[in-house]
Design a protein around this ligand. Structure first.
Ligand SMILES: Cc1cc2nc3c(=O)[nH]c(=O)nc-3n(C[C@H](O)[C@H](O)[C@H](O)COP(=O)(O)O)c2cc1C
Length: 205
C-alpha cells in the first residue's frame, strides 16, 4: 500500500512537516510505503483558469505538478497537511487543490482512494477545524474516502491538529511551544497513519 503525504506549509521540515511525518512513519511501521512531498520545494504555478480541464484529465501548464499527478495516480492514500491560515489551508495548499481540477472535471481520477487531513495552528480553537473541513471537502469532491483517526481511549480532539499555544502565564501573556510538543495532535497523526493502513487493508489495497 502506498501512502503519499503532501505538505502545504511554506516552511519545509517545520511543524506541519513534522506532523505529517508522524502519520507517514506510523503508516510505514504498519507496512505501507510512504513518501512526503513538500509543495514549497516544487515549482507549481497558479491555476490560470483556462478551463482546458473541462475536456481532459491533464493540465495545460507544465511544471512540477506533472510528477505530482503521477504520484497521486500511483498512491492508494493521500494525506494533506497544512498550517491553519485564517481558518483554512495555506494559499500554497489551496493552489495545489485548484491544480487537481483536471482529476475531477471529466472523471474522478482519484475515486476510491483513501485520504486524510492534518493541520497545525498557532492557537487552540482558532480555525484549524476549518482547515481540516476544507481538506475533507477536497476529498469528497474527488470521491475519496476520508479517514478520521480515532485513537483508543477518550476522544480528545476533532482531528489531527497540533498547536503552538502553551497557555497563559500568571500575567496573562501567551506562552508558545513547538507544535511538536502537542501530544494530542501527534497522537492523532500517528493514528491517522495506522488507520489509513488498517482501512486500506480492509478495502484490499
Ligand atoms: C498568514 C498566517 C495566518 C495564520 N492564521 C492562523 C489562524 O487563523 N489561526 C491560528 O491558530 N494560527 C494561525 N497561524 C499560525 C500557523 O498556523 C502556525 O504557525 C503553523 O503551525 C505554522 O506551520 P509551519 O511550522 O509548518 O510553518 C497563521 C500564520 C500565518 C503566517
Amino acid at each position: 500500500m502506498k501512502v503519499l503525504g503532501i505538505n502545504g506549509s511554506h516552511r519545509p521540515g517545520k511543524g506541519t512537516a513534522a506532523l505529517l511525518k508522524a502519520a507517514l512513519d506510523a503508516a510505514a511501521e504498519a507496512g505501507a510505503s510512504t513518501e512526503l512531498v513538500e509543495l514549497a520545494q516544487l515549482d507549481i504555478q497558479f491555476c490560470i483558469g483556462c478551463n482546458a480541464c473541462l475536456g481532459r484529465t491533464s493540465c495545460t501548464l507544465s511544471d512540477d505538478m506533472n510528477d505530482l499527478y503521477e504520484k497521486m495516480r500511483d498512491a492508494d492514500a493521500i494525506l494533506l497537511a497544512s498550517p491553519d491560515y485564517f481558518g483554512t489551508v495555506s494559499a500554497r495548499m489551496k493552489n495545489f487543490m485548484d491544480r487537481t481540477r483536471p482529476f475531477h472535471m471529466v472523471e474522478n481520477v482519484l475515486k476510491g482512494k483513501l485520504g486524510g487531513g492534518l493541520a497545525t495552528a498557532g492557537l487552540n480553537n482558532c480555525g484549524a477545524e476549518g482547515t481540516l473541513e476544507l481538506i475533507d471537502h477536497w476529498l469528497a469532491t474527488h470521491e475519496m474516502i476520508a479517514v478520521h483517526p480515532r485513537p483508543k481511549g477518550p476522544v480528545l480532539a476533532p482531528g489531527a491538529i497540533a498547536t503552538g499555544f502553551a497557555g497563559l502565564d500568571e500575567e496573562g501573556r501567551p506562552q508558545w511551544r513547538s507544535v511538536k510538543a502537542d501530544p494530542i495532535g501527534f497522537d492523532l497523526a500517528r493514528q491517522m497513519g495506522l488507520d489509513v493502513v488498517e482501512m486500506g487493508t480492509r478495502l484490499g489495497y
